[in-house]
Ligand binder design. Sequence first.
Ligand SMILES: [Zn+2]
Length: 129
Amino acid sequence: MTRQEQFFYDNAGWSYNPATQTEEQGRIECAKRLAQAELEARAAGISYSWDREDCDCEEKDHNSYYCMACDGDTLVASLGMICGPTREYRRVIEAELALEWSIERNMAETRRAQQYASMAGYAACGVYA
Ligand SMILES: [Zn+2]
């Protein structure tokens, strides 16, 4: 594991598919995906901003935050009610938003590719000829 992956292995939550992997494999996969998303978002210039917000949780005397991930002026992912986050937890949140952005972006690319493929198919059949 890289240092980044190790960070997420140690600090992030994880899930796993009991049908196809062990819990440890799932934990490693989640760490790798978060580390990958963090790098991808950094390379793409995704920025994060943190704002205070009120929360109504049971914990006393803490600050609650709302985090937004933006691509330029466009909001691409966000999460609120982040209560009393540590530095590590903030990084995990940002990576989770980066992952959400990355998945969304890949789906949009797949949709575009499918659209082009079907347009090419029509063209081949002479529909657009
Ligand atoms: Zn709270």
